[in-house]
Design a protein around this ligand. Structure first.
Ligand code: FES
Length: 168
């Protein structure tokens, strides 16, 4: 059976000292399966899937796609959001990006076999909790950079403002 290879350990964002922010009701999340919006200026999406709640950056690390519009699929036993733009698969539990890689053990076979493999954590995860009928998000303050942080960087803000001025 295919298995996603787990990336190097990524510190649990729940150690965050950020404040929990109420974003929607539990009823809304259960009915819609997702909520997206801003928390303290950061675009996030919360998914409710098979009894679990997962929060991550809403903008896809790959090229800025809208993860809130993706489908959830099971990839090798991992629930993943599939970005609607280029179909990258991101695990709901850890933010890892999965891809099919050639299994080195079968490199001489024609064709060689492939297996789901992790590129590592590419999408920043935050914490979603349900309490007293409401959903709360606590932003990660983990200092380890992940690719989706780019969309909140000064570099990206400058790019956006210069393109609005037509100076790119
Ligand atoms: S923008 Fe998400 S897969 Fe390319």
């Amino acid at each position: 059976m295919d298995e996603a290879v787990s990336a190097a350990p990524f510190p649990d964002p729940r150690s965050s000292a950020q404040e929990a922010v109420q974003v929607c009701t539990e009823a809304h999340l259960r009915k819609e399966g997702r909520w997206s919006g801003q928390v303290d200026g950061r675009d996030v999406v919360v998914f409710h899937h098979q009894g679990g709640s997962y929060c991550m950056d809403r903008i896809c690390h790959h090229a800025g796609g809208p993860l809130q519009d993706g489908d959830i699929e099971d990839i090798a036993g991992h629930a993943c959001i599939v970005c609607p733009w280029h179909k990258i698969k991101i695990t709901l539990a850890s933010g890892e990006s999965l891809y099919r890689a050639i299994d080195p053990a079968t490199i001489k076979q024609r064709p060689p076999k492939t297996r789901w493999t992790s590129k590592g954590v590419k999408q920043r995860m935050h914490t979603a909790e349900i309490r007293n009928g409401n959903v709360y998000v606590t932003l990660s303050n983990n200092e380890q950079k992940v690719d989706s942080d780019y969309y909140y960087s000064e570099e990206y803000k400058k790019l956006v403002s210069s393109s609005k001025r037509g100076t790119t």
